[in-house]
Ligand binder design. Structure first.
Ligand SMILES: Nc1nc2c(c(=O)[nH]1)N[C@@H](CN(C=O)c1ccc(C(=O)N[C@@H](CCC(=O)O)C(=O)O)cc1)CN2
Length: 305
């Protein structure tokens, strides 16, 4: 578990949920419950922080994207629950400029009380995201999106933050006792936030990794070969049971609001009929993303190696 060793040194442990997993009603498909695992990690943080510096996250939210406002509010709430500090910098659309965001980041880089800096994505289209992200000091990159952080993930050094969603997915696979080594894994989606770091993490866990994307030919056939399928395509319910192999492990990363107001992912609920396990939406990857942000902020504050 190289990917978790820095956290382990601080005293975090990944609980073993392999024997206690519930199944979806009327099926044999195990529920990979990200909500419960994230709550467990948050309460570990609460205990581990005793006698240490209170970790502090600075969040920059630029623009009016309603979902981003909800996610930032949730992050601040969870940090409060863990007894961590946070500061938020909300910039409205009419005040946004690259210069303004970069100058804020440069002052936060120098602020000794701030351990982690996060720029909520997506940024408005007028802003160069890479330019903004790469202004963050690598020591304060708690999202793991910097070119430097991705580079250390690619070389298998694990010295910097690992992108929160892939980090949370790997933690969930390990906690639920899913063997990764030697398994065929397929990652659908090649974003910098999920697809690319996810494939690097699976590779360093000795999986055989295939990356599929919008130009991939015969996606169904490729997905059918997956023992572990990570669906981060951004298309509601794209992956139904005709795309998966019997007893496959399915991780749904998508999040979409249906016309009836309900949330759904990239995976259709009928996969439960044949899958070994499924991480649901909501209650799977989403809560794990915030738990791993908290863990990365604890690492930035406490593991100065
Ligand atoms: N700077 C970042 N920006 C973005 C990230 C990120 O990791 N860092 N990821 C996503 C959004 N995101 C966190 O920022 C995020 C998305 C969803 C959830 C979540 O808990 N979802 C719930 C459902 C919530 C709802 O009711 O709408 C769930 O899946 O159960 C957490 C975090 C893009 N931007």
């Amino acid at each position: 578990m190289k990917f978790f060793s820095r956290a382990q040194k601080l005293g975090f442990i990944l609980p073993d949920f392999s024997k206690t997993a519930q199944v979806y009603e009327g099926t044999n498909c195990k529920i990979m419950d990200g909500k419960t695992l994230s709550t467990n990690l948050i309460s570990q943080a609460k205990t581990l922080k005793d006698g240490k510096k209170v970790p502090c996250l600075a969040v920059i939210l630029a623009g009016e994207n309603p979902a981003s406002h909800v996610y930032v509010k949730n992050k601040i709430k969870i940090f409060k629950e863990a007894g961590f500090d946070s500061q938020s910098y909300i910039i409205s659309s009419d005040e946004i400029s690259e210069e303004k965001i970069i100058s804020l980041i440069l002052s936060l880089n120098k602020d000794k009380n701030v351990d982690g800096i996060l720029v909520q994505l997506p940024l408005p289209k007028t802003i160069n995201t890479e330019k903004i992200l790469n202004a963050i000091s690598p020591h304060k990159d708690v999202d793991g999106f910097l070119a430097h952080s991705i580079g250390t993930l690619a070389t298998g050094e694990f010295t910097n933050a690992i992108a929160c969603t892939p980090f949370g997915i790997l933690a969930m696979l390990v906690s639920y006792g899913i063997e990764i080594s030697g398994k065929n894994s397929v990652v659908v989606g090649r974003s910098n936030i999920v697809g690319k770091p996810m494939s690097l993490l699976l590779l360093s866990s000795d999986a055989t990794v295939t990356m599929a994307h919008s130009k991939t030919k015969d996606l169904k056939q490729i997905c059918k070969n997956a023992d572990i399928l990570i669906a981060a395509a951004g298309q509601p319910e794209l992956i139904d049971k005709s795309y998966i192999k019997e007893n496959a492990v399915i991780i749904d990363v998508g999040i979409h609001r249906k016309e009836n107001g309900k949330l759904c992912g990239d995976v259709h609920s009928n996969v439960k009929e044949i899958a070994y396990s499924l991480s649901p939406v909501p209650g799977g990857v989403g809560p794990m993303t915030i738990a791993m942000l908290m863990l990365n902020t604890a690492l930035a504050a406490w593991a100065k190696d």
